[in-house]
Design a protein around this ligand. Sequence first.
Ligand SMILES: [Zn+2]
Length: 74
Amino acid sequence: MSRIVAYTYEADVHCVNCTNNRFGQHIRFPRDSNGIPLDSTDREGNAIHPVFSTDEVTTTHFTYCGSCLQPLEH
Ligand SMILES: [Zn+2]
């Protein structure tokens, strides 16, 4: 089963926690399983994208959160 392990926005990848801190308090619906409003956009106006644990690119290119610099769980 695939889980969302991170999100991409502002030209970097960010862990669920940081994404929640950044977007979670926006009063928008619907939200995904992590409570992230699905129509969130970053400050460049681009939609944020969930990264799934099953994505091939995830394990090879996304290793650290761009906000808190912690290793991403896969
Ligand atoms: Zn983080």
